[in-house]
Design a binder for this molecule. Structure first.
Ligand code: SF4
Length: 102
C-alpha cells in the first residue's frame, strides 16, 4: 500500500513538478544517501541511471552515475524531493542541499 501511495505521489509530482521552494542547484556535483534509507526503491524508479536499491539493502549511487547528473538533474531532484525519509543529499559547487532542507 505504501508503494502504491508513493507511486501516486510520484505521478502527481511528475505532472505538477517539484515543490516550488525546493532549491535547484546550477550543477549537481555529488549525490549522497544519508543514513536511514528504507529501501522503498522510489528513487530508482525515477532515475535508474543514478540510484540502485539492491534487494534488502539501502540505496546506493551507481558507479559512473556522475556522467548522468546533468542530463538527469530534474529526475534526481524529483527523487530527492520525494524520498519518504529525506535521505538523498545533493551537493553543488560549494553548498549542500538535502531533501529535508527548506
Ligand atoms: S533513498 Fe529514499 S527514495 Fe531511495 S530507496 Fe532509500 S528511502 Fe527510498
Amino acid at each position: 500500500m505504501v508503494r502504491g501511495l508513493l507511486h501516486t505521489r510520484r505521478v502527481w509530482l511528475e505532472s505538477h513538478g517539484a515543490p516550488p521552494n525546493f532549491p535547484t542547484p546550477m550543477t549537481i556535483q555529488k549525490v549522497l544517501i544519508e543514513e536511514g534509507c528504507i529501501s522503498c526503491s522510489l528513487c530508482m524508479d525515477i532515475a535508474a541511471d543514478v540510484f540502485d536499491v539492491p534487494d534488502g539493502e539501502d540505496c546506493v549511487i551507481l558507479s559512473g552515475a556522475q556522467t548522468h547528473f546533468a542530463s538527469k538533474k530534474a529526475d534526481i531532484l524529483l527523487a530527492a524531493a520525494n524520498c519518504p525519509v529525506e535521505v538523498i543529499a545533493i551537493e553543488e559547487d560549494d553548498k549542500q542541499i538535502s531533501s529535508g532542507s527548506e
